[in-house]
Every structure is written in structure tokens, then in C-alpha cells.
Design a binder for this molecule. Sequence first.
Ligand SMILES: NC(=O)C1=CN([C@@H]2O[C@H](COP(=O)(O)OP(=O)(O)OC[C@H]3O[C@@H](n4cnc5c(N)ncnc54)[C@H](OP(=O)(O)O)[C@@H]3O)[C@@H](O)[C@H]2O)C=CC1
Ligand SMILES: CC(=O)C(=O)O
Ligand SMILES: [Mg+2]
Length: 643
Amino acid sequence: MFSLNRSAFLNNPASISGSFPDKHRRILPTRVVVAGSSNRDKSNGSLLMATDESTATLKEMRDGYAEVVDPKSGVSGGVQDVYGEDTATEDQPVTPWSVSVASGYSLLRDPHHNKGLAFSEKERNSHYLRGLLPPTVISQELQVKKMLHNIRQYQVPLQKYMAMMDLQERNQKLFYKLLIDNVEELLPIVYTPTVGEACQKYGSIYSRPQGVFISLKDKGKVLEVLRNWPEKNIQVIVVTDGERILGLGDLGCHGMGIPVGKLSLYTALGGIRPSACLPVTIDVGTNNEKLLDDEFYIGLRQKRAIGQEYAELLHEFMTAVKQNYGERILIQFEDFANHNAFDLLEKYGTTHLVFNDDIQGTASVVLAGLISAMKFLGGSLADQRFLFLGAGEAGTGIAELIALEISKQTNMPLEETRKKIWLVDSKGLIVSSRLESLQHFKKPWAHEHEPVKELVDAVNAIKPTILIGTSGQGRTFTKEVVEAMASLNEKPIIFSLSNPTSQSECTAEEAYTWSQGRAIFASGSPFDPFEYGDNVFVPGQANNAYIFPGLGLGLIMSGAIRVHDDMLLAAAEALAGQVTQENFDKGLLYPPFKNIRKISAHIAAEVAAKAYELGLATRLPPPKDLVKYAESCMYSPAYRTYR
Ligand SMILES: NC(=O)C1=CN([C@@H]2O[C@H](COP(=O)(O)OP(=O)(O)OC[C@H]3O[C@@H](n4cnc5c(N)ncnc54)[C@H](OP(=O)(O)O)[C@@H]3O)[C@@H](O)[C@H]2O)C=CC1
Ligand SMILES: CC(=O)C(=O)O
Ligand SMILES: [Mg+2]
């Protein structure tokens, strides 16, 4: 029995040849694998390159073909029917064999190592690629140019999305090179708004697993399910249960598009290795009737489990994750509905390295925008009056971090700084007379005031200097609302944070037009620059994508064991510190995404510094220059040369 580790072989195939009889030399790259965990090397989890003797005998290997006899079924085949699959009758079970070659054809189908036409002549010779590729050898740069050209041919964003996903499946390094080098053009494809449409149609476009699905059916076996994922050294998990996907509601199992998208940004924007990222969707059913009736729906066809059944599956997952990946695995909760999100964060915030992106990442990015607004407009956060439309995860999360920042800046108690912040939910302004009926996360914001139902009346009553939309409801910042803000303020600050674009509280055009070009505007999903009068305004994108990749990198590189609010404040300061006067003069409260890796390195450095300061870091001693260290940790999508 011989067993080989694929990566060891690829790194140095010659070193392994000695373990085979000479006559097998030519077929060295062949591996025979039984699908599933039974054929997994228990020591490092990598797939073995030979048959598992307990289920089959490798009888002969010749010219790349392996003939196998399964002693239990007695099924055998010649070169035409290697595994007896064709001769098996329908009711006769067959073993899901696959023969793969660690070089040659399989190398072209291995997304981690494939370079397509960029394989050099030497690599084509040494890795059995001759004839499998046309003669031309091109550079990665030319491949990027070609892919971009192809993607631009598609008129429909979802087609571009599918082309990108296809590339990620085919050639991972090229996917990341393309995304990193063209981040401003492609972010709206792999992320909001297009990822929203992809989730809505995920059942139709689903082709291959991009992450792990854990459903109620897996109760009691979650650890085993996690172990089926081929990568073992996971550093960050983004997990959703699909109940609040962007502003699109309950998309159940189709929410998988979100963790997949977020993790591709972890790599592209934050430099976390793709193999260290694991997207997870927990499927407890869906209350979306349309999906339950959709023949292409890929999830459990049942109403959402709640209460103990839900809590038990989540707990099993959280326990299994630590058991499998260790104490320092970072778990990002994403797009859970607020009735679970706050409780999960509270429950696991003290035992796991977790944060909720919608509550905390969003808070940090918005605070950064406001800090940079104060820097360029003058004034302090403590002088502002804030009004939110939407009092859920994003709304109350942002409100709390602003209150904390003002409290740190002024030494005022948190209870006092909260009084500068008002929130409106679907029932109107949150006021003390509603206290009894409010969800717990809204209670701190129930200030003394008479009830107000409509947003425009709340604007006129509270007279905010800053209006923030986190309602998930499109076009709720009406002309009346924006005009009221503009009549109260010379420079009204208006953030329409809801995603995707269809749910944005107002468009950039509306914000600039209705405020006669005076609004300082940012939105969750991108809007094109807008010409108003003699000016071209470039709306900033207030999206947690600025924060979570750098925050995650900072936590991972310092070996942090818990997330602390001070890290979110540090991330916000670091992001605001990257905004220049030139950016602001164009209307931007955020630096352009094209510099995002540099920005992420600064965020990571500040987060790591905070982790060390708070005694939450375990990678000791701390590196001297944290920014340089962060940069040096980042994944590079450049091709490597194969021996
Ligand atoms: N830009 C970014 O980075 C981010 C953007 N978001 C976006 O923010 C939106 C909200 O997310 P999240 O906070 O997690 O969602 P939640 O469901 O937790 O909160 C939504 C809030 O909006 C309120 N609301 C709904 N409809 C109306 C209405 N017509 N008028 C007034 N209030 C209303 C709800 O009221 P009630 O409580 O009464 O039901 C609730 O308080 C989503 O679109 C999401 O995509 C989220 C995170 C990050
Ligand atoms: C951006 C994001 O996390 C959201 O809209 O939910
Ligand atoms: Mg989210």
C-alpha cells in the first residue's frame, strides 16, 4: 500500500518516485481515490493517492489506467470499464471511484494549481501537459486581460457573476488576480448588488458546492460534516442561516451566495489564503413560501426550526468548529435575522472568536465615514444629532458604536451619549412610551418624546444633522425627507445603507438633486458618479466590505482569541485615516476600493495592536512593524513556478 500527499507530490514529484517500483515510474502521477472520508489520511486529512486496501486492491496500473477489483462486490472491469460501473445493474451498488492524476489532465482541473495557457514549456514537459494545451504560452496578465474582455461582453450582471464563479472553480489564482486588479469594476459582481440576485436564483445557477451545507438532517453529525470539507487549516468561517439576506428577506439555503461572496473578499481585499476560508450555510428550513414551492430550491423543504431545535443545531456547529479548527478560528455571523443575531453574538462572544458583520462590521464602517466627515467638515460627533430609519442589527449596531465613540471622546457616560441618537422602526420613532413592547436591542434608544409615525415628521421633530437608512426598504428617503434634511443643514449627511441597490433608501441622484448638490452621501451598494450643475459627485460606498477583511486579518495575524469593541473603534479610525482631502473634494467619505489591500493592512495593524494592548493576542512577541507584517501575510494570486 502506498499513500502520498498530493501537495507533497506537486511540490516535489521526484522525491516521491523512489517509493515506487521502477516499472510504475511513468504512471506516477496516477492516483486512485474512493470518494468520501474513508480514504482520507487521518493524520493530515489529505486524500490518499492510492486505493484503500480495505475496500479494493490495486491490481495493475498501466499507462495511466488502473484496473481495480473490489473484493466485496467482485466487480471488475478492463480498460473500458475500469471500475465496473458500466456493467453494474441499477440496483447493484458501485464504489464512487475516481482516477485522478496529480499532474497532466487533473492538474488542469485542479483550481488551486491550474494556470491554463500560462503553464510554461518546462512545466508542460514535467507535468504531462503536452498535447493537453494548445501550443501558445501566455502570461497571467494576458489571461486577466482576456477574462476581463470576456466578462465585459456580458450585458446581464448575473452572467458576469456566473462567469466569475466559473473562473473561481477553474483557476483560483486567475480569479483573484482579476478581482484584485479590477476591484472597483468587479466588486459589484461578486458582491452587492449582483450577489443578491445570485442568491435569489441560487437554485438555478448552483453547479458545485462552494462551501459546507449543514442542515437539520446533520444533527449529531456536524463534526463529521465539517470534516468532509477538503481543506483542513481553516482560519475564518462566514456562516449564515439565510434568514435575512441583504434587504431581500428569507432566502433559506440560497443564502450560501453571501458567505461565498464575503470570503472571496476576505482573500481579495484582506489577503487571507483562499484555502483558509470556509463558507457555511446552516439550513433550518425557510419561511419563504415561494422558495418552498420552487422546484429548483436546494434547501430543506420545511418551515424554519425555531427555539430549542434551532439553538441545539447552532450549538453543535459552534462546538464542532472549535473542536475541528481550534480556539483561534474566526467565525463571522452574516445575515441572520435579528431575533437570532443578537442572541448568538451575546452567547458566543465570550467563548469564541466571533463577530456579527451586520451589527459590528457595519458599525465600524459607518463610524469611519462619520469620523472622516467631521475631519473635513469640521465639528465633532458629539455636536451631531443622528436619526436612523431602521432599528435592527445595522441600525442599533451603528448607533451603539457611535455612542461609545462619543463617550470615549467626551468622557460622557454612555447613557448620555445615546440620547443624541434616535431611531425609527416600522412603527415610527422609538420613544419611551413604547418601551414595554420593544425588542431588547431597541430599549436603550427609547428616549422621551411624543410618538411620531412618519419619517419626515421625525426629521422635522428631531432635526438631525445625520440621517442613516438601515431599513432594508427602498425609496423610503423620499423627496420630502431629503428636502427636509437639506432645509435643516447646509451639508446634510445622508447614508442609504440598505442593500442591494433596489433596497437603497434613495439613489445618489436623488440625494444630490433633492439637496441641490449639498448632501454628503454614501450608500451600501455602489452608485455611479453623478453630474449635478458644474460638479461631478462620486458617492462613497459605506459597506462593511471595507472593514471585515482587514479586521479578520488583524485578528488572525495577532492570534486574537476574542473580538472587543475597541478593535471596531480602532478599525474605524484606521479606515478614516486613509481618506484624503482629494477624496473628500470629490464627495467621498471613504478611500477608493482600488487601494483596499493597503487600507486593509492598516486596519489589520490597528486591530492587532489593540489585541496586543488588551492582552487578547496569542502570537507573541508582537511584530515590530504591524503594517509591514500585515502586508507580508497577504495571499498573492501570482502564479508559482512548478518544478
Ligand atoms: N451597507 C452595509 O454595509 C450594510 C447594509 N445592511 C443593510 O441594512 C438593511 C437592514 O439590515 P438589518 O439591520 O440587519 O435588518 P433588520 O431586519 O435587523 O432591521 C431592519 C429594521 O428596519 C425596520 N423597517 C423595516 N421596514 C421599515 C419601514 N418601512 N419603515 C421604517 N423602518 C422599517 C425594521 O423595523 P421593525 O423592527 O419594526 O420590524 C427593523 O428595525 C439591509 O438592507 C441590509 O442589506 C446591513 C448590514 C451592512
Ligand atoms: C453588506 C451586508 O453585510 C449586508 O447588506 O447585509
Ligand atoms: Mg450582511
